[in-house]
Ligand binder design. Structure first.
Ligand SMILES: C[S@@+](CC[C@H](N)C(=O)[O-])C[C@H]1O[C@@H](n2cnc3c(N)ncnc32)[C@H](O)[C@@H]1O
Length: 210
């Protein structure tokens, strides 16, 4: 096989894999495979996913109680813990215990574990009290949860009145949902629109609980 044929074959396989993975994910949303956890911290991802920049639109402040829903390896948990200071609390939740453990190790290494509560839990029944959270943040996570409305109902329960939801999605994720789809779900669930930033490749939405 010549160079051109090899190249065409490679591009074909890549495109086919992308189309197949996306179709599969849209039909059956699923958690990011833990064996691919390193992708979450890959330098290419960090080019558009600097934690401080990603969290900017959500307005974290000293003393807040923040839910990091789908914390993964803790890439954003660490920046959240810095932003809420010594008086704030982060609840880092993930359905995969191996990832909760990775997040815990990361916080230990950063000396920030004291500000974080780690929870191995699914999204529909969170181990958190009613009206105890100032802001729930979902980075590349909303599209992995099969029933968005059940998830949003549970977020409503744990959010304080006037509390916020920050959702950010990115196109490289095979489960990527366009902003219009996510906005519809939040509207259906009765949350109030607070703004959108970014572009189709990587966007962030802010909503309020009435
Ligand atoms: C693509 S990863 C993103 C991780 C992290 N937020 C980041 O952006 O680096 C999505 C995370 O959500 C978690 N997740 C998916 N479905 C979940 C569910 N139903 N309940 C709790 N966590 C879930 C996955 O295990 C995974 O760690």
């Amino acid at each position: 096989m010549g160079l051109l044929d090899t190249l065409a074959f490679g591009v074909g396989v890549l495109a086919g894999t992308q189309v197949g993975m996306r179709a599969l994910w849209q039909r059956t949303p699923r958690p990011h495979p833990r064996l691919l956890a390193t992708i979450l911290e890959h330098p290419l991802r960090l080019k558009y996913r600097q934690p401080a920049q990603t969290l900017g639109p959500f307005g974290l402040a000293e003393g807040m109680t923040v839910l990091d829903m789908g914390c993964g390896t803790g890439l954003f948990t660490e920046e959240m813990a810095r932003q809420v200071g010594t008086t704030g609390i982060i609840h880092a939740v993930d359905i995969q215990s191996a990832l909760v453990e990775k997040a815990r190790q990361r916080m230990d290494a950063a000396g920030l574990s004291g500000r974080v509560r780690f929870h191995h839990s699914g999204a529909y029944r969170l181990p958190l009290a009613d009206e105890s959270v100032d802001i729930a943040i979902l980075i590349a996570t909303f599209s992995e949860v099969p029933n968005g409305l059940l998830l949003l109902e549970e977020l409503r329960r744990v959010l304080k009145p006037g509390g916020r939801i920050g959702i950010s999605e990115e196109m490289p994720h095979p489960g990527y949902l366009p902003a219009a789809v996510v906005r519809n779900r939040l509207r259906e669930a009765g949350f109030r629109y607070g703004g959108q930033q970014g572009n189709a490749f990587c966007y962030s939405l802010l909503y309020f609980r009435e």
